[in-house]
Design a protein around this ligand. Structure first.
Ligand SMILES: [Zn+2]
Ligand SMILES: [Zn+2]
Length: 212
């Protein structure tokens, strides 16, 4: 399996490509507002995108989605509980940047994510894990022992919950019931910062250490 990433835009958001084999179909996980950057990563590996998976509706993960989807001819998969974010990038940009000249057009091709389902795309089995807390519709994706954790779980930290729709007790409950049971050797690919493993986070992440 091929996994690679680039860190894009002013929020230093990780975008990932995941492919069952080199040169084949791939899924993209998250699209920061730098569609050239996202598609550049795809092209660097000669991959053929078949789906864009969005961990949640924040603009630093979704701002590039309309362009990426249109140019690649693919749909974006997002949880409906984040629609108030996904389809309103302008409000988020204003809150983030003040008066912004960056305009993002509407996402056209959308598929719905449902927690607890298995998505089979591009020769990959992708388990959709609904992990509300950072946002109501946040999802993590488990692909053959690799967890794409978005802004739910970071190396040494967890996602902030002070943004609209965020809720700390909900995040902790998602972590305890859905992420903590994952195997020690699960590799974790967060939406920001470096890769880690469940073994390391279970032992050293202060937000996970006391959860049992
Ligand atoms: Zn976020
Ligand atoms: Zn983020």
């Amino acid at each position: 399996m091929l996994v690679d990433s680039d860190t894009l835009w002013l929020a230093s958001t990780n975008t990932y490509v995941v492919a069952a084999e080199p040169g084949g179909p791939c899924v993209i996980v998250d699209a920061p507002p730098d569609p050239d950057g996202v598609l550049g990563l795809v092209e660097r590996h000669g991959l053929a995108p078949v789906a864009l998976l969005l961990t949640h509706g924040h603009v630093d993960h979704t701002g590039g989605a309309p362009d990426v989807c249109q140019r690649a001819g693919i749909a974006a998969y997002v949880h409906p509980d984040d629609d108030f974010l996904t389809f309103d990038p302008a409000t988020q940009l204003r809150a983030l940047l003040g008066a912004s000249t960056l305009s993002i057009r509407a996402l056209e091709r959308v598929e719905r994510l449902t927690g607890g389902t298995l998505l089979q795309v591009g020769g990959l089995d992708i388990e959709v894990i609904h992990t509300p807390g950072h946002t109501p519709g946040h999802c993590c994706f488990l692909v053959e022992g690799r967890l794409f954790s978005g802004d739910h779980l970071f190396a040494g930290s967890i996602g902030r919950t002070d943004l609209p729709g965020g809720d700390l007790p909900t995040l902790i409950e998602s972590m305890r019931t859905k992420i903590l049971p994952l195997a020690d050797d699960t590799a974790v690919y967060p939406g920001h910062g470096p890769t880690t493993t469940m073994r390391v986070e279970r032992r050293t992440n202060p937000f996970l250490r006391d959860l049992r």
